[in-house]
Design a protein around this ligand. Structure first.
Ligand code: IMP
Ligand code: MG
Length: 176
């Protein structure tokens, strides 16, 4: 089976952006003496996080969590997130960067941020490779942003369609 794939963001453009984000992170935390930890949301953030962490010179830890959105019975406002795999480490007093592949409605992430703030980190910021601002339902303060895209379904570089295409080195649209 061959899959039609249009390149939307090339592998070179992604790599250049990751380097810029790493530099911005180095600068942002240059004067903090707190421990730095990157938190990746599984599974989409894995590829991005692997490259991003190598673009950050300041020593840091990596940790991961898995959350799933689940619906209340009636309205979307009752939606919450469920922790399927929690962090292995403690984030109290640390500088935390939550790393995400893409922000769509922002619902999942806003709940995750709310929940992580109750663990008293020294600071907490968001880093996403891609954002679809036109889809946002909840305001999120994204400190480190890679690319803004239109409302299209994209895959590659960690992003999946039914768990597939995460390994593709560029971001593209699949012709389904
Ligand atoms: P939301 O911001 O809570 O609506 O959900 C964001 C999540 O939806 C991301 O972490 C992705 O798993 C998924 N997602 C949203 N848009 C796309 C896309 O274009 N391609 C692949 N996954 C997407
Ligand atoms: Mg995801």
């Amino acid at each position: 089976m061959t899959v039609q794939m249009n390149v939307m963001i090339s592998a070179d453009d992604i790599q250049a952006k990751v380097k810029q984000l790493g530099a911005a992170i180095n600068q942002f935390y240059a004067n903090s003496n707190k421990e730095l930890v990157l938190i990746g949301l599984l599974r989409g953030s894995v590829i991005f996080m692997a490259d991003l962490c190598r673009a950050i010179e300041k020593p840091h830890e990596l940790d991961f969590m898995t959350v799933s959105s689940y619906g209340g019975t009636s309205t979307v406002s009752t939606r919450d997130v469920k922790i399927l795999k929690d962090l292995d480490g403690d984030i109290e007093g640390k500088d935390v960067i939550v790393v995400e592949d893409i922000i769509d409605s922002g619902r999942t992430l806003s709940k995750v941020m709310e929940m992580l703030k109750t663990r008293n980190p020294n600071s907490i910021e968001l880093c996403t490779l891609v954002s679809k601002p036109s889809r946002r339902e909840i305001e999120l303060d994204v400190r480190f942003l890679g690319f803004e895209v239109e409302d299209r379904f994209i895959v590659g570089y960690g992003l999946d369609y039914n768990q597939k295409y995460r390994h593709i080195p560029f971001i593209g649209e699949i012709g389904l």
